[in-house]
Design a binder for this molecule. Structure first.
Ligand code: ADP
Ligand code: MG
Length: 305
């Protein structure tokens, strides 16, 4: 059974085509990542699949229920952590959780097996107003609240955006334990490193899925030779690269420059090194590397355009 099947979902806001016909399946029990930059259409897709927003066209079933006809059934069985802050800031951590539990005619003890790993991290702050928690703690509490009615499918819209790196890591560890309970998870993120933690990902760009597969398959399909270059003056190098006589794609990657070549390494490296030396670029390392999902995304977007 598929947790979600969606066919040709479209949504426009006036003349903005936020979703241009998105089709996909989410398998039961998998962590499915929707990866894309700001404005790609992630929240629009989440709001539609959680029945908060009507699509202009397209069909979908969520947990075997028709999106339009059986929306009440869907709402009962999904959990949603929307991108915007969804808690009551003046209520304490504990009060927030009790509120959501009561709304679903449930209770904290009822759900302890499911929320325990998260709740334990929140316990030291249980009397604190939710609005006064750190970003990471807020998201853990929101996740607890989204789980309180034992959903079988969980939607998390950018749960770690703006959250510090340590809390991000902890949040993903928690997602691992949720998956182990058999809950299907659809999670969106602008962070490429998080994409690799999903079973499958869909790369969303301007309202279209431009690639959908396991992170490993996407990396394996990467065409080209990727080189990483560390230099002291990345800006000078970026400017210079426009004059590079070799066919390549280049972009800053952290403190490094990444260059994708389309011919065998032994053919391109000698002329490339000669080009760098001629232009007085000092670099301490020129290494061929395995692409990350981010490199793949850049290349997939480039070849599509
Ligand atoms: P993401 O969550 O990936 O950042 P969104 O789904 O929020 O993307 O937005 C997709 C596009 O639709 C963007 O161009 C955004 O500006 C636009 N958009 C989103 N919501 C609205 C709205 N209520 N009215 C008009 N435009 C919107
Ligand atoms: Mg969004």
């Amino acid at each position: 059974m598929a947790a979600i099947t969606a066919q040709n979902i479209k949504k426009s806001y006036g003349h903005i085509h936020a979703l241009k016909g998105v089709s996909f399946d989410v398998r039961e029990g998998e962590v499915f990542g929707v990866v894309g930059p700001d404005g790609a259409g992630k929240s629009t897709l989440f709001n539609i699949l959680t029945t908060l927003l009507l699509p202009d066209s397209g069909t979908a079933t969520v947990l075997e229920h028709d999106l339009l006809r059986d929306y009440l059934e869907i709402r009962k069985n999904i959990g949603y952590l929307p991108g915007t802050f969804s808690l009551y800031p003046d209520l304490s951590v504990e009060e927030n959780l009790i509120f959501f539990a009561t709304m679903y005619k449930s209770s904290i003890p009822d759900n302890m097996p499911l929320i325990k790993p998260i709740w334990e991290q929140l316990l030291p702050f249980k009397k604190r107003p939710a609005g006064k928690l750190s970003g990471g703690m807020k998201q853990k509490l929101a996740l607890c609240c989204a789980l309180i009615h034992k959903p079988t499918l969980l939607f998390l819209d950018e749960p770690t955006t703006g959250v510090d790196p340590v809390s991000r890591k902890e949040f993903w560890e928690i997602l691992g334990t949720i998956k182990k309970q058999g809950i299907s998870v659809v999670v969106s993120t602008p962070y490429m490193d998080e994409a690799t933690l999903c079973d499958r990902i869909a790369l969303l760009q301007e309202g279209e899925f431009i690639r959908m597969d396991s992170p490993k398959a996407i990396v394996n399909d990467f065409q080209g030779e990727l080189v990483s270059l560390r230099t002291t003056d990345i800006f000078k190098l970026l400017k210079l690269m426009n004059d590079c006589p070799l066919t390549c794609t280049f972009y800053p990657y952290g403190e490094n420059l990444h260059v994708i070549f389309y011919e065998p390494m032994e053919t391109v490296l000698p002329p490339f090194e000669a080009f760098l030396q001629k232009n007085d670029i000092s670099y301490d390392k020129l290494t061929q590397i395995t692409p990350t999902i981010e490199d793949c995304f850049i290349e997939i977007v480039r070849t599509k355009n």
